[in-house]
Design a protein around this ligand. Structure first.
Ligand code: CMC
Length: 444
């Protein structure tokens, strides 16, 4: 008995023995050694490691999350978002001098070209801020054509700084536009989170005087959302990045992936769900509906965590601090009752469904005054650091090539074209998506 796996092709009797990597992984080249045409069918990449990464470690069974080896609990308590962004991208925590230089670099890149502002003002008055953000990040590539030089270290660094610096500006502008308020320019005397709050909320007064408790809470949430290894949006970042597109285009793709309700859109969906439930008394009936397949318990479940998401625990503590400063969110008691009921219900226990990072974060955002539509934008701002870290890692990884999965073709065999008048009736004119078996959203 060794740490290897032997595969036998019963058609030919050929065998191949492959050593297991320390993380329980075998290379797909083992299959190709048996038969170059052999494929693994793995929809949604449930058992596929698409890269080797040194950035973030997640142990879903034990509820462990570390960035570059540092436990998330320590970073959330002692670090800042900008320091964590540096850690994710550069691999090490910065020295005091490096941190000062990094902070300064990000701070002086927070402004956007005036034409970006004009561009943003052309959206429809009720455009979702996430749609505005995705489009505007893509548009940034037209402002920085040198960004195409992705193998020039200096140019690459400049775009990384620009993206981290400008995300809060674009996010706040998207909000101000949607409520018809004039844009507030960045204030370079403020720290990252406070500057964002200033651009969001400042009205009239020349400088922003917000509550530092809220700024710190937001910074902690930014730390918690900064990276989460190969999730849907990071996979999009890597996929588009693998074609050597510029980082603005790839980041726009990643942000688009984040927009969906099964990913970053879940924090918004949680509040809509809690609103819909309305009262503690209505919780049992809602859970019964979920179990009948009438919808999902948003903010619950995770592809990797089969235990309490460690970020959810920290978010819950942060919620207490925010509620002490601004008053409790009335939906909190519904959320607590829902969590308690779900965690003692066999359906959720058997499927190992626990609260994830999105379950309580929306309650904090709402208590802080953010409109629902901004919640996913609040996720996109900090996740930019993770996307950048993975993009750099991808470009430097000699094992990586353009992302190009294979498929199992299960369509028609060859048929002969007939002119329109000679064809039997085709489909009903709709698309080819079969009706869903239940009302449940499709799995991500
Ligand atoms: N509510 C009810 N049932 C669920 C849920 C849920 N939230 N999540 C999973 N299940 C059930 C699912 O129906 C399936 O049951 P069965 O085996 O009877 O078919 C089983 O649990 C396994 O689910 P899955 O769909 O195979 O799990 P997945 O790994 O494909 O999906 C997920 C992960 C996060 C998309 C899913 O748990 C979900 O939709 N959760 C709600 C949305 C959400 O909170 N998303 C935020 C994720 S964390 C932050 C982020 O990544 O953005």
């Amino acid at each position: 008995m060794g740490d290897s796996i032997t595969l036998t092709d019963d058609r030919t009797g050929a065998t191949v023995t492959v050593p297991l990597e320390a993380d329980n992984t075998i290379p797909s080249s083992a299959l190709r050694a048996l038969d170059p045409g052999l494929r693994v069918y793995d929809p949604a990449f449930v058992s596929t490691a698409s890269c080797a990464s040194q950035i973030t470690y997640v142990d879903g069974q034990r509820g462990v999350l570390r960035y570059r080896g540092y436990p998330i609990e320590q970073l959330a308590e002692q670090s800042t978002y900008l320091e964590v962004a540096y850690l994710l991208i550069h691999g090490e925590l910065p020295t005091a001098d490096q941190l000062d230089a990094w902070r300064q670099d990000v701070t002086i890149h927070t402004y956007v070209h005036e034409n970006v502002k004009h561009f943003m003002q052309q959206f429809h008055h009720d455009a979702h801020p996430m749609g505005i953000l995705v489009s505007t990040v893509a548009a940034l590539s037209t402002f920085y054509p040198d960004a195409k030089l992705i193998f020039d270290a200096e140019v690459r660094h400049k775009q990384i700084v620009r993206l981290i610096a400008k995300m809060p500006t674009l996010a706040a502008f998207a909000h101000r536009f949607s409520v018809g308020m004039p844009f507030v320019y960045p204030d370079n005397d403020l720290d990252y989170a406070t500057n964002f709050l200033s651009m969001m909320w400042r009205v009239g007064s020349p400088c922003y005087e917000g509550d530092p408790v809220l700024a710190r809470a937001l910074d902690v949430l930014f730390i918690l959302h900064a990276d989460h290894e190969q999730n849907c949006s990071t996979t999009a970042m890597r996929s588009v990045g693998s074609s050597h597109a510029d980082p603005y285009s790839a980041t726009a793709a990643a942000a688009a992936a984040l927009y969906g309700p099964l990913h970053g859109g879940a924090n918004e969906a949680v509040i809509r769900m809690l609103d819909h439930i309305g009262t503690v008394e209505a919780v049992p009936a809602f859970l019964e509906g979920v179990k009948r397949g009438e919808g999902r318990l948003m903010g619950f479940g995770h592809r990797v965590y089969k235990h309490y998401d460690p970020r959810a625990r920290i978010v819950k503590q942060t919620a207490d601090e925010v509620f002490a400063a601004v008053g409790t969110n009335p939906l909190l008691e519904v959320a607590l009752a829902l969590e308690e009921a779900a965690l003692s219900d066999d359906y959720f226990v058997e499927r190992q469904l626990y609260p994830n990072v999105d379950f309580y974060s929306g309650l904090i955002y709402q208590a802080m005054g953010f409109p629902l539509e901004m919640f996913t934008v609040l996720f996109a701002i900090p996740r930019t650091a993770g996307w950048m870290a993975h993009w750099v890692e991808l470009l430097g990884d000699p094992d990586q090539r353009i992302a190009r999965p294979r498929q199992r073709y299960v369509g028609s065999s060859e048929r002969t074209y007939a002119p329109a008048g000679q064809r039997a009736k085709g489909g009903d004119g709709g698309d080819t998506l079969p009706p869903p078996a239940t009302a449940r959203p499709r799995r991500d």
